[in-house]
Unconditional design. Structure first.
Length: 202
């Protein structure tokens, strides 16, 4: 019984932390750029077993089972290095370090994606709340949630799981997952966004 109460308390803390400035159970984003647009069609699809083989257990739990890592524990929560964050499922570019900020919620937070179209939005009614879930557009893998309490210029807070991302610091060689995506699957818009950030940081 005590263990069950501890787990319940932990879950309550997790979701209260993520929604720390929004008191209503309806926490869907009303922002025009975060409206639900997930069609369920993703260019990169694999079987559940293939995803399991590709990912670490925590990555699979977050990305494919829409899990949430505990607050203040993720590898990138305090990361302040300059670089690019990619999807740990496909290697798709998601955010640049310039858009990262400390929201105090316990998870890596960003105010905008690297470019339009890399993230899709859908309604999430789990855990007695109504939220806007964010997924990568390449595979439909769960990343986190977006809220309307972020800083300018967007007013958005993309609340991410570290396990859903791969960070590549400036000057580092991207892992094979990222290289393959950029060479074989990246859109022109994604390639230009990555190039623009790297050139500006040189």
């Amino acid at each position: 019984m005590l263990k069950l109460l501890a787990i319940s308390a932990g879950l309550f803390f997790m979701f209260q932390s993520c929604a720390h400035t929004q008191n209503s159970r309806d926490m869907q984003s009303r922002h025009h750029s975060a409206q639900h647009n997930d069609t369920g069609n993703y260019p990169l699809q694999r079987s559940d077993e293939e995803w399991k083989q590709q990912m670490q257990p925590m990555q699979y739990y977050v990305l494919r089972q829409a899990g949430t890592e505990r607050p203040f524990t993720g590898d990138y929560y305090k990361n302040k290095e300059a670089g690019i964050y990619y999807s740990a499922a496909t290697g798709q570019p998601l955010f640049v370090s310039d858009a990262k900020y400390d929201s105090g919620c316990g998870w890596p937070s960003f105010f905008e994606p690297i470019t339009e179209g890399v993230i899709l939005y859908r309604k999430d009614t789990s855990h007695g709340m109504i939220r806007t879930e964010i997924i990568d557009s390449s595979s439909g893998s769960h990343l986190g949630h977006v809220f309307d309490d972020g800083p300018p210029p967007t007013g958005l807070r993309y609340c991410m799981n570290s396990a859903a991302m791969v960070f590549v610091a400036l000057g580092d060689t991207p892992p094979a997952l990222v290289q393959k995506y950029m060479e074989q699957h990246a859109s022109q818009k994604e390639k230009e966004a990555v190039k623009r950030f790297l050139m500006r940081k040189d």
